[in-house]
Design a protein around this ligand. Structure first.
Ligand code: HEM
Length: 440
């Protein structure tokens, strides 16, 4: 196929890569202003060498509705293979991916979510009980602790606090991974030294804990009566034999994927939402009223608008396995196409008054299809989307039912920084919490 990639920045590849890794918003905004709706970034591996960026709803629809055989998990995901493993649902394609999703989905259906809610409420209460009125709280840290507790219980049904206390710091170390570690994976000999050696040791320690948990659960007499993800996965293949049972290695990959994909993202979303509410007192008042009245719809709209304005995952990537035309743009096999969540959420044709925090847009039916993309779309749409909205609503209700939140004196809403692949508030979303203000 003869291809001229859509035009894009002409600065050197290495500089584009640095900007993409550290100041992605700036690079994308500038490129979109200069080159329009579709442009090409040229990056250094392990990023895509040609990354074609899309944000118009019709292009997004086409990419998400495309055949999974033509559009494989992208380069961004490839970086994660060393952490999540080669069998992870996030990283496999076609039949292997479809099987993993089929096995995991029952743990995230509406009725399963309903079953988890009481547990999330109890954990949220225990955590918010520790907040002290008048103190400044780093929302991201608090939310990370909370969502990690939640995901460990959903994934493992891990009620033993001692075992959770062993696993939690190891998972935190992985989430806080130093980006330099990625280079170690290109040159395995580095694993004998410094940060690379420590990361390897952390991974080994996590594997030991996960495999011990799997063995313990296999031996549990009532494993078939438990609702956590691990117990459900262990039951695969026991009935009519339609699916092969999962090996320990496959179980390990899916479990670590859920543990990592399922907590930092939700923690970031919640810390952004609290910061938005702190910066918008009128909307906070409406949200506190909603928390008081049990109006989950409004709280969910707050979360959704916050996820729109404060993007958590910047994009999804797909590598073309054959020549493909998207819109009227012919692209050759090997190109990585990016659905830019960051740009789609800022487009003024998608969102009038896009810069403003306005949860009511999610209540009046004005948000069009293929414009709100925090969870991606198509066959790889986030498995935990419903779970994370449920969890977020429960947590907002717990916090706002008891506290008002404000920006610290002289403080301003924080900008984003990229941690691993998640966009988080640069200083952790510092907020001052106060109890006892009457609900108006
Ligand atoms: C606010 C919270 C969350 C955000 C913003 C988020 C975002 C995303 C996005 C954008 C994708 C698509 C990746 C792609 O297309 O390549 C994804 C996939 C995924 N997410 Fe989430 N996620 C969140 C919460 C969760 C939770 C709570 C869980 C699990 C309990 C979870 C598990 C997964 C898994 C397993 C996938 C892979 C799906 C597949 O490839 O088929 N996520 N998530």
């Amino acid at each position: 196929m003869h291809t001229a990639y859509p035009p894009g920045p002409r600065i050197p590849r290495a500089i584009q890569t640095l900007l993409y890794a550290k100041w992605r918003g700036l690079l994308l905004d500038t490129a979109a202003r200069r080159y329009g709706d579709v442009f090409t970034l040229r990056l250094v591996p392990p990023y895509a060498e040609q990354l074609v960026v899309f944000s118009r709803p019709e292009h997004i629809r086409e990419i998400f509705a495309g055949s999974p055989a033509d559009l494989h998990a992208g380069e961004g995901n490839r970086l994660l293979v060393h952490i999540m493993g080669t069998r992870s649902v996030l990283l496999t394609d076609e039949q292997e991916h479809a099987r993993a999703r089929r096995l995991l989905m029952p743990a995230f259906t509406g009725s399963a979510l309903h079953g988890y809610r009481g547990m999330v409420e109890a954990i949220a209460k225990t955590h918010v009980d520790r907040w002290v009125s008048g103190s400044t709280v780093t929302a991201l840290d608090r939310m990370n602790e909370l969502t990690l507790d939640v995901i460990m219980q959903v994934v493992f049904g891990m009620t033993d606090e001692r075992r959770r206390d062993e696993l939690a710091p190891l998972l935190r170390r992985i989430v806080n991974i130093n980006p330099i570690v990625f280079f170690g994976w290109k040159w395995p000999r580095l694993e004998r030294y410094g940060v690379w050696k420590r990361m390897r040791a952390t991974q080994r320690a996590i594997d030991e804990l996960l495999l011990a948990e799997i063995a313990r659960r296999r031996a549990h007499p009532e494993v078939d009566q438990r609702a956590d993800v691990l117990s459900r996965l262990l039951a695969v293949g026991a009935g009519d034999g339609a699916d092969q049972p999962l090996s320990d290695a496959e179980l390990r990959d899916q479990l670590i994927t859920l543990l990592l994909a399922g907590h930092e993202t939700t923690a970031s979303a919640l810390s952004w939402a609290l910061q938005e509410l702190a910066a918008n007192p009128d909307i906070q008042e409406a949200a506190r009223r909603a928390a008081h009245d049990g109006d989950d719809k409004y709280l969910k709209a707050v979360l959704k608008e916050s996820m729109r304005r404060r993007t958590i995952i910047a994009a999804t990537g797909r590598r073309l396995t054959r020549d493909l035309t998207i819109g009227d743009i012919p692209l050759p096999e090997g190109t990585v196409v990016s659905t830019s969540i960051l740009l789609a959420h800022k487009r003024s044709d998608n969102y009038p008054d896009a810069a403003r925090f306005r949860p009511d847009r999610f209540l009046d039916g004005s948000v069009a299809a293929n414009t709100w993309l925090p969870f991606g779309g198509g066959v790889r749409r986030c498995i935990g989307a419903g779970f994370s909205l449920m969890e977020g609503t429960v947590v907002l209700r717990e916090v706002l039912g008891r506290f008002t939140v404000a920006l610290p004196e002289g403080g301003r809403a924080e900008r984003a920084r990229i941690r691993n692949i998640t966009h988080v508030p640069a200083h952790g979303a510092k907020i001052v919490v106060s109890a006892d203000a009457p609900v108006r």
